[in-house]
Write a protein that binds this ligand. Structure first.
Ligand SMILES: Cc1cc2nc3c(=O)[nH]c(=O)nc-3n(C[C@H](O)[C@H](O)[C@H](O)COP(=O)(O)OP(=O)(O)OC[C@H]3O[C@@H](n4cnc5c(N)ncnc54)[C@H](O)[C@@H]3O)c2cc1C
Length: 453
């Protein structure tokens, strides 16, 4: 009897937002053999907040995990863009219209809550097996892709994993991507953005005697304080018990770091100095960070890849479209990837390697243009926010002024209604379902980016 698509053996590298969503979406479409290999010993997610935009919520709801995540999140009512030095408001945008327009609220939450919700969903699916503390190395392509699973626990032997479909959701440092680019003879790597980020969480009991900061933590507002080459974005998470701050500033501490370095313990004094000319309230807020707990992240991106697919291997999430955080869409796009992969594989007419490769290229066709456009938009938004004195800043501030008078685009792109329409109005699952047949047929005549071994 011919094998059904749902019997295919699928290996996923990485249990980040992309890998977890892919596993869950596949299991919900009846796939029975899904193995997830994760380098870390557990999910151990960074203590940081994350924006849960409607396009992300739509996918999570479809997977049945949104309600739990939503229960711990904060519903955003509005956003305020302010001058860092003076705290003067440059723009104010109401966001409550979003739920009515897109069917989901714009929420913000704790990363642990998002990852935990997805993981709990996965654990309820007997088809999904997790293999923690395993590093996937030496990825090989072909109609039966494979890799070596190297245990991080001493004494445990390494073994070779072979599968029908390999989905690499292994993040910006993706070994699978590097291997794929080698095969394609493309010599590009991750790119420095010369920007870095501090991620900070302030707990309510730390600021109980500070009415100004208490007002912020009790609010449902996303606030962005901007200055030349720097900004801070802040909002309350975890049912308004934690105030989450994420900064962007010129990278000075990583300047000489190797490509493998992404995070470092920072000095509190250096952090306070970066924002030394911001207003007293912001400086007071930063000063609540305990000494020794300043963590800085290097922000890197990658030029668009020629393809995300090689043979029966596909890249997912930051492995193929790492982004600057200024549009708050990195995880959302990884989550959309996972949902679309599940659609295209569930629509396979047969299980030949040729059909699998074609279906994966349909995934790429649905996803690549959109994800890469948003990466570019995030970079452009960062450039607008970080302008120093000059004509461009004057033009930006004119736009902020026009907005205060009631019309015009928002230079902080994630808050712009037209951008929101493009991002939040897109139902990736529906688009994949509606276009699968036509795109799959087109793949016969489309030029192949990759050869099937
Ligand atoms: C400061 C900042 C703020 C952000 N804010 C937002 C936001 O508000 N909203 C949003 O949507 N996005 C945001 N993002 C982006 C978002 O965090 C990422 O885009 C998203 O986490 C990518 O998910 P991923 O699953 O593709 O990769 P990752 O989360 O990087 O997961 C990759 C996983 O693969 C594992 N792995 C790697 N290599 C191997 C290997 N060889 N073998 C086994 N396992 C391996 C890793 O351990 C990791 O668990 C932000 C990013 C930053 C830096």
């Amino acid at each position: 009897m011919a094998k059904a698509p749902q019997d295919l053996q699928i290996a996923i590298i990485g249990a980040g937002m992309g890998g977890l969503t892919t596993a869950l979406a596949l299991a919900q479409r009846g796939f029975k053999n899904i193995d997830v290999y994760e380098n870390a010993h557990d999910l151990g997610f960074v203590g940081a907040g994350i924006q849960l935009a409607p396009n992300m919520a739509r996918v999570l709801d479809g997977l049945g995990v949104w309600r739990g995540i939503e229960a711990e999140a904060v519903n955003i009512s509005d956003t305020s863009v302010r001058e860092g030095a003076t705290d003067k408001e440059l723009a104010h945008v109401e966001l409550e219209y979003i739920e009515k327009t897109y069917g989901y609220k714009h929420m913000v939450g704790h990363r642990a809550s998002l990852a935990g919700g997805l993981y709990e969903g996965c654990k309820q699916q007997s088809a999904i097996k997790f293999h923690f503390a395993v590093n996937a190395e030496d990825v090989d392509f072909g109609s039966r892709p494979s890799f070596t699973a190297v245990s991080r626990d001493e004494g445990k032997p390494s073994y070779r994993v072979e599968c029908d479909i390999l989905l690499a959701a292994d993040g910006i440092k993706s070994l699978a991507r590097q291997e794929m680019l080698k095969r394609l003879n493309v010599n590009v790597g991750v790119k420095d953005t010369n920007q870095a980020a501090y991620r900070i969480m302030i707990h309510k009991d730390q600021i109980k005697d500070d009415p100004e900061l208490l007002a912020l933590i009790n609010s449902t507002r996303v606030t962005r304080w901007i200055g030349a080459k720097r900004h801070i974005i802040a909002y309350a998470v975890s049912n308004n018990t934690i105030y989450n701050l994420s900064t962007t500033q010129p990278d000075t501490n990583f300047a000489a770091a190797t490509n493998a370095t992404y995070t470092t313990k920072g000095s509190k004094k250096a952090m306070l100095d970066v924002f030394g000319d911001f207003c007293p309230m912001v400086k007071r807020m930063l000063d609540y960070v305990p000494e020794g707990e300043v963590c800085e992240w290097k922000l890197r991106v990658h030029d668009p890849l020629p393809t995300w697919i090689y043979d029966n291997v596909a890249l997912i999430g930051d492995a193929c479209h790492p982004t600057l955080p200024h549009l708050a869409q990195g995880a959302a796009q990884a989550i959309e990837d996972g949902a679309v992969i599940a659609v295209v594989l569930s629509r396979l007419p047969d299980t030949t390697p040729e059909s699998i490769n074609k279906a994966l290229r349909v995934y790429e066709k649905v996803r690549k243009g959109r994800a890469e456009a948003l990466v570019e938009m995030a970079a452009a938004s960062g450039r607008a926010l970080h302008l120093g004195d000059g004509a461009a800043k004057e033009e930006r501030d004119r736009q902020f002024a026009a907005l205060r008078a009631g019309k015009g685009p928002v230079p902080d792109k994630w808050a712009d209604a037209d951008v929101q329409r493009e991002i939040y109005g897109f139902d990736c699952t529906q688009v994949a379902e509606e276009n699968f047949e036509e795109y799959f047929k087109q793949m016969d005549s489309a030029p192949r980016d990759s050869k099937l071994a």
